[in-house]
Design a protein around this ligand. Structure first.
Ligand code: SF4
Length: 225
């Protein structure tokens, strides 16, 4: 799919005149770069976003446009498509970032956020409290994304925990996965929300089904296969 086709099929931001666009740092980039799926092009846009004075406005604008019916392409507001999908999933749960505060956090605490880049947003929010900053995990998550962290909800390492990621989802995240599934969020978007692979959520879901069946057999509700 060409950049032009994407532009035509996407009702979003860049085609619409807004006063703040005059300050956009990506104005010199061509559409093929802006709507590209390649990592190299996405890095180029993200580099522009890092110094962009209208990043928060850009992100709030695009999140208002990218409804579930529309495909999500390119880097906008400093975030990758998968990060914007994760943000949309937060919204399903009623969690919205304060983008002004995320901008301040990125400016004032950027060095610390980079230092904590392997932590989860919830852990970083706790750390920031020690510095007198009260910020919601979703706001911290955006600030972490803006400073280059993956900001996954499930940290890649968890001390001396030897469980695989899917086992940690199985053990600790059933409630949120089931809630999101019940609200119609796809498994792929749930995976992006958690910051894991789709297959890892799939494995956890299969384990819950097996466990539920065993429990039902034990309780005599269904017969053993
Ligand atoms: S935040 Fe990024 S995509 Fe948005 S206007 Fe600025 S440079 Fe362009």
């Amino acid at each position: 799919m060409t950049a032009t086709t994407r532009l035509l099929t996407r009702p979003a931001s860049r085609t619409i005149a807004k006063p703040w666009r005059a300050s956009a740092a990506c104005q010199s980039l061509d559409l093929d770069t802006v709507f590209s799926d390649t990592v190299a092009d996405q890095r180029k846009v993200q580099t522009a976003c890092q110094t962009c004075p209208v990043r928060a406005r850009c992100l709030s604008d695009i999140t208002a446009f990218e409804k579930p019916l529309h495909r999500v392409w390119g880097v906008v507001g400093g975030l990758l498509p998968q990060q914007r999908r994760a943000l949309r999933t937060h919204a399903v749960l009623g969690e919205y970032p304060d983008l002004r505060q995320a901008t301040v956090l990125t400016r004032r605490y950027g060095a610390l956020l980079k230092q904590w880049k392997k932590s989860t947003p919830a852990t970083v929010a706790e750390q920031l409290r020690k510095h007198g900053v009260i910020a919601s995990p979703v706001t911290v998550r955006v600030a972490m994304w803006w400073t280059g962290s993956k900001a996954n909800l499930i940290a890649p390492t968890a001390g001396d925990d030897t469980r695989l990621t899917w086992e940690r989802i199985r053990d600790e995240h059933r409630q949120v996965v089931e809630e999101l599934t019940g609200l119609g969020v796809s498994r792929q978007n749930i995976a992006q929300f958690l910051g894991v692979w789709d297959g890892q959520v799939k494995s956890a879901m299969a384990a819950w089904r097996r466990q539920d069946r065993k429990t039902a057999v034990k309780a005599g509700e269904v017969r053993a296969a």
